[in-house]
Design a protein around this ligand. Structure first.
Ligand SMILES: Cc1cc2nc3c(=O)[nH]c(=O)nc-3n(C[C@H](O)[C@H](O)[C@H](O)COP(=O)(O)OP(=O)(O)OC[C@H]3O[C@@H](n4cnc5c(N)ncnc54)[C@H](O)[C@@H]3O)c2cc1C
Ligand SMILES: Cc1cc2nc3c(=O)[nH]c(=O)nc-3n(C[C@H](O)[C@H](O)[C@H](O)COP(=O)(O)O)c2cc1C
Ligand code: SF4
Length: 369
């Protein structure tokens, strides 16, 4: 913004500014402080086309925030059609325009699971006129989207989670903190049940011999202690972002910072990440001294030692304080099995892959209920 101000003062003609002016106050500030004459807004209009109207009417807190994930750009580049993580209607306006704004019959609906899929489904169903109860077993709603907001540069996800929670509350969803069981669901007398129970971390058997084994989720949330010499098993998004969180952000900490090794069986880390965030994250990890071993298959962990194979040869890492499991998630099936006998329709939504799919699933189902 300072650079824009310097350019504006030196060229003497009106200047527009663009780039992450994704909250009305930031755009106001750019103009008030003389950095620009016009504030241009890009992605924040994809995540919420009503951004200017809400800003003008003082409804800033109701703006669906752009979380900066760059999925829109990745999808435009891949197939020309825009997709937005936070706004399932973006690029599919005509498909959703045909849906009724209000449901024809008001139903009593239970949504189980307060992750992004469940929150979105509950909010949209209530906006359409249904009486909706959302049951989440944890005190903190948001599911894994809440965890995803902890690593460096991911704080915009926390804004996204807050928005989904607030939207559900504004729509009149009754939020209950409880684990859904056959007893409490039966007692509620619901017309239908939506299962949005997400997934749980996979802890493979070959890691179980570790002296101190922690899931990436617990490490990120501070639910478990993490030592100084750390090996993160899995170099996908979760593993790399957890490593980024665990290594001290200041390079001048040098030898006093945690020592983190990521071990990944694929030849390249973060293969599934298609946005510019991939290169930025890898560069940041390297600068912070994180060791990334690729093409390395973990065979077993015993106490403080980890045995792996790379290029046909066996190797060992020693003196490990904490092994962090970041090898993927498995769909949560327990709730579906427990509620399988209910005499009402049960819908399953949400996924183990990404927020875009989870939020999109929740929205699409709510339009049909
Ligand atoms: C560390 C981390 C970082 C991530 N980063 C990204 C990212 O940057 N971008 C991206 O697109 N995706 C990311 N993901 C993936 C994304 O978070 C998930 O795809 C998404 O959260 C799935 O949403 P969901 O609603 O289906 O399930 P979840 O988020 O898993 O939510 C399910 C909820 O159901 C609750 N529940 C389960 N059983 C019951 C029951 N019986 N009763 C009541 N409640 C129950 C759980 O407590 C949980 O809150 C990340 C995941 C992790 C773990
Ligand atoms: C889906 C998408 C498509 C874009 N296409 C172009 C483009 O064709 N030419 C261009 O100069 N910038 C393009 N941009 C960049 C935007 O104009 C803007 O500079 C950028 O998104 C930063 O602003 P923002 O933070 O408000 O989104 C595109 C951005 C997005 C998200
Ligand atoms: S896809 Fe992500 S970056 Fe693009 S507008 Fe939506 S929330 Fe913002």
């Amino acid at each position: 913004m300072d650079l824009a101000g310097r350019v504006k003062r030196s060229i003497g003609i009106p200047l527009g500014f663009v780039g992450r002016l994704n909250e009305p106050w930031i755009a106001d500030m750019a103009i008030e402080q003389g950095c620009a004459d016009v504030a241009f807004v890009g992605r924040a209009l994809i995540s919420d086309p009503e951004f200017p109207n809400k800003a003008m009417t003082g409804k800033d807190s109701e703006i669906c925030p752009c979380i900066g994930c760059l999925r829109c750009l990745a999808t435009v580049n891949a197939d020309g059609a825009v997709c937005c993580t936070m706004n399932p209607k973006a690029g599919r306006e005509s498909a959703f325009a045909a849906a009724d704004e209000k449901a024809t019959h008001r139903k009593k609906i239970l949504v189980v699971g307060g992750g992004p899929a469940g929150l979105t489904c509950a909010a949209r169903a209530a906006e359409r006129g249904h009486a909706v109860t959302l049951m989440e077993q944890k005190e903190q709603p948001g599911g894994r989207m809440y965890v995803a907001g902890f690593p460096p540069f991911k704080h915009d996800l926390a804004k996204g989670t807050k928005y989904l929670i607030e939207r559900a509350k504004r729509a009149g969803v009754a939020c209950v903190t409880a684990r859904a069981t056959i007893e409490n669901v039966r007692a509620g007398g619901f017309d239908c049940v939506v299962l949005a129970v997400g997934s749980t971390p996979v802890i493979p058997g070959f890691l179980k011999g570790a002296e101190h084994l922690v899931s990436a989720e617990d490490a990120s949330l501070g639910n478990a202690s993490v030592g100084k010499n750390v090996v993160v098993v899995g170099g996908g998004q979760v593993g790399c972002e957890t490593a980024d969180l665990l290594i001290h952000p200041y390079p001048d900490m040098g030898a006093r910072s945690r020592r983190v090794t990521i071990i990944e069986m694929d030849a390249i880390p973060l293969r599934a990440e298609k946005t510019a965030a991939r290169a930025l994250l890898i560069e940041r990890l390297q600068k912070k001294g994180c060791r990334i071993l690729t093409g390395a298959g973990v065979e077993r962990v015993s106490g403080r030692e980890l045995y792996y194979k790379k290029d046909g040869a066996s190797h060992k890492l020693e003196g490990i304080d904490t092994v962090i499991a970041a090898v993927g998630m498995a769909q949560e099936r327990r709730t579906a099995e427990e509620l399988g006998d209910l005499p009402v329709p049960i819908y399953e939504i949400g996924d183990v892959v990404n927020l875009c799919q989870a939020i999109g699933d929740g929205y699409a189902l709510a339009e049909k209920l």
